[in-house]
Write a protein that binds this ligand. Structure first.
Ligand SMILES: [Zn+2]
Length: 96
């Protein structure tokens, strides 16, 4: 099995600030954001080099997770939390 940083993150071997998780995906705050200080990475738990290596079901799940995260961070109260205290920021658990 090939290892990468993201595999270690969702196994809990590398610390991260998780903002979302479902059965097949995880979303974390980017530690080196380029666009915004609270940039979020949505990552499939299946190790792949490129997203198109995911099967159709995994790919659909990934994009559903992207939508869930976008809807969560779009909420003004959550956005304000990002700006005021990214260190303490906790998202509500989504209902799937
Ligand atoms: Zn990996």
């Amino acid at each position: 099995m090939t290892e990468c940083l993201f595999c270690k993150i969702f196994r809990g071997e590398v610390e991260s600030r998780k903002v979302y998780e479902d059965d097949t995906n995880i979303a974390i705050l980017d530690i080196n954001p380029r666009m915004h200080e609270c940039q979020v990475l949505v990552i499939p738990k299946t190790h792949v080099e490129q997203f198109y290596e995911l099967n159709d079901e995994e790919l659909a799940s990934l994009f559903k997770a992207v939508k869930e995260v976008a809807l969560i961070i779009k909420k003004p109260t959550i956005r304000n939390s990002f700006h005021s205290s990214a260190e303490e920021w906790v998202l509500p658990t989504p209902t799937l």
